[in-house]
Design a protein around this ligand. Structure first.
Ligand SMILES: Nc1nc2c(ncn2[C@@H]2O[C@H](COP(=O)(O)OP(=O)(O)O)[C@@H](O)[C@H]2O)c(=O)[nH]1
Ligand SMILES: [Mg+2]
Length: 462
């Protein structure tokens, strides 16, 4: 088989390229949907909303640019003095980032370019210790760096502490592939090393039920080994002791990273871009829905009245259900229009189905009672003739039914708001859809496959 320039079989390359292409298409689609908000100043029909969602639109744009630049970001996390900066220096083969025994040597996230093997372009991001900055600022820093990263290195230097475990779990929320780096192994004798390694394998997994970490996901290194005292015997027979610096041991980590980048680097890029696009789209939908709250209430109420009227007056059960559904669909679509959210009629009917099935009792009983009351109504009307009491029966069931239908429309409207907020990423080429597609295609031996196993249904939630 002919290998490509990157020594990869063609199917692997092609699949990764296809992931990148689909991610690009998804981002372009999102940007074009919101294009009407991106015109500046007077040109936009919606200046208030445009100003509100500007950061998200800029993020979408930056994400697309990042995809095109093909740079993979690897961020390092861990508590203070675990050797985060030292690990990056060892990978770089140069002492570029300051390291030291004192707290707070690294104050801010800082990034350095790295071109391992002279091919892939990588940006290494160094961060302050998770325990160095306080509360909110820390969480914020970790979140924003983790969001940017395509791959996370979590550095520990022995058994995991409670704070470390907490930090690790928080980072797992970012839904990024993660390598656990066990640093400072020069400080441990072989047996201790193995014990610690085995513990880390269990603890490093996303949860106690998950499989222990695979060899690709946990690597032992000595980034800046402590100098060793060596005994020097001189020709004259005298003996002295000297401190000798040891070379770093990071080859295995370097190989692991290279292997992952080669095997799935571009898919990781694609996935990360899509996750950011999904979050931006959801944020845009949320802001729009907040801004349009009052108008939306009015629209829902209008449809509620209209549906109650239509269903109440219609004497045939079948048409009741049909008419009700048409009204619900129209409501969903007109809400989507009000919000300026992308929505096809196919998606609208999918949302309606989801709402009807997930809301269980209430809306199903709406359908059920439509049938019963509709039949009752028709029978009553047929039998009534001139008899005024039968007319009253008809009117009575019509009013009851109208009430139920109206209430149904109201709940559909409220539920539709929730689904529109999240559902905007689920259409064809929507970020969430493409994320699922990519994850369903990855090979078993990839770190992405592992991510998919761990996340389970999480990516699939509406
Ligand atoms: N013994 C030993 N010490 C290390 C190793 N890596 C880093 N250190 C030391 O640990 C301290 C903290 O390293 P630094 O990279 O600044 O940690 P950071 O706060 O996580 O960035 C420094 O004094 C390093 O010399 C290692 O592999 N072995
Ligand atoms: Mg540091």
């Amino acid at each position: 088989m002919v290998s490509s320039t990157l020594n990869q079989p063609n199917p692997v390359r092609n699949q990764q390229e296809s992931h990148l292409n689909r991610a690009r298409a998804s981002l372009r689609q999102a940007l074009s949907w919101y294009g009407y908000l991106r015109k500046s100043g007077q040109l936009t029909s919606n200046p208030e909303l445009a100003a509100l969602v500007k950061p998200e639109l800029e993020a979408l744009n930056a994400t697309l640019n990042k995809l095109d630049s093909n740079v993979i970001r690897i961020a390092v996390f861990g508590l203070v003095s675990r050797g985060k900066s030292a690990v990056l220096n060892a990978l770089l083969g140069e002492k570029i980032l300051p390291t030291g025994p004192l707290n707070g040597v690294t104050q801010w996230p800082r990034s350095v370019r790295w071109q391992p093997g002279g091919k892939v372009l990588v940006e290494l991001i160094d961060t302050p210790g998770l325990d160095e900055i306080e509360g909110d600022a820390r969480a914020q820093m970790a979140r924003s760096v983790a969001q940017q990263a395509d791959l996370i290195l979590f550095v520990v230097s022995g058994d995991i502490t409670r704070t470390e475990y907490q930090g690790l779990l928080e980072l797992r929320q970012a839904q990024k592939p993660l390598i656990l780096v066990f640093n400072k192994i020069d400080l441990y004798p072989d047996t201790d090393r193995t014990t610690i390694y085995n513990n880390l394998q269990q603890l490093g997994a996303a949860n106690p039920q998950a499989q222990p970490l695979l060899p690709d996901e946990i690597v032992m290194v000595a980034a800046e080994p402590a100098p060793m005292e060596v005994r020097v015997e001189w020709p004259d027979g005298s003996v002295s002791y000297e401190w000798e610096t040891q070379p770093p041991q990071v080859d295995e980590l370097k190989q692991t990273i290279l292997k992952i980048l080669n095997r799935e680097g571009r898919s990781l890029l694609a996935l990360n871009a899509l996750i950011q696009a999904r979050d931006a789209s959801v944020a845009i939908a949320q802001k729009t829905i907040d801004l349009r709250q009052q108008e939306a209430e009015a629209t829902i109420w209008q449809f509620t009245k209209y549906k109650a009227l239509a269903v109440g007056l219609n004497p045939i059960a079948f048409l009741d259900i049909l008419g009700g559904t048409v009204a619900d669909l129209a409501l969903i679509r007109s809400l989507a229009r009000l919000y300026g959210l992308p929505m096809t009629s196919y998606e609208a009917s999918k949302i309606l189905k989801t709402i009807l099935f997930s809301s269980g009792g209430l809306l199903l009983s709406e359908l059920g009672s439509s049938v019963l009351l509709g039949l009752g109504k028709s029978t009553a009307a047929l039998a009534s003739g001139d008899n005024p009491t039968n007319i009253t029966v008809f009117a009575g069931s019509a009013i009851a039914q109208a009430g139920i239908a109206g209430y149904g429309a109201y709940s559909v409207g409220k539920a539709a708001q929730v689904y529109l907020e999240k559902g905007c990423t689920w259409g064809q080429l929507g970020a969430s859809t493409v994320i699922l597609e990519i994850l369903s295609e990855v090979d078993q031996n990839t770190i992405l496959y592992r991510l998919r196993q761990e996340l389970g249904g999480k990516f699939g939630e509406f």
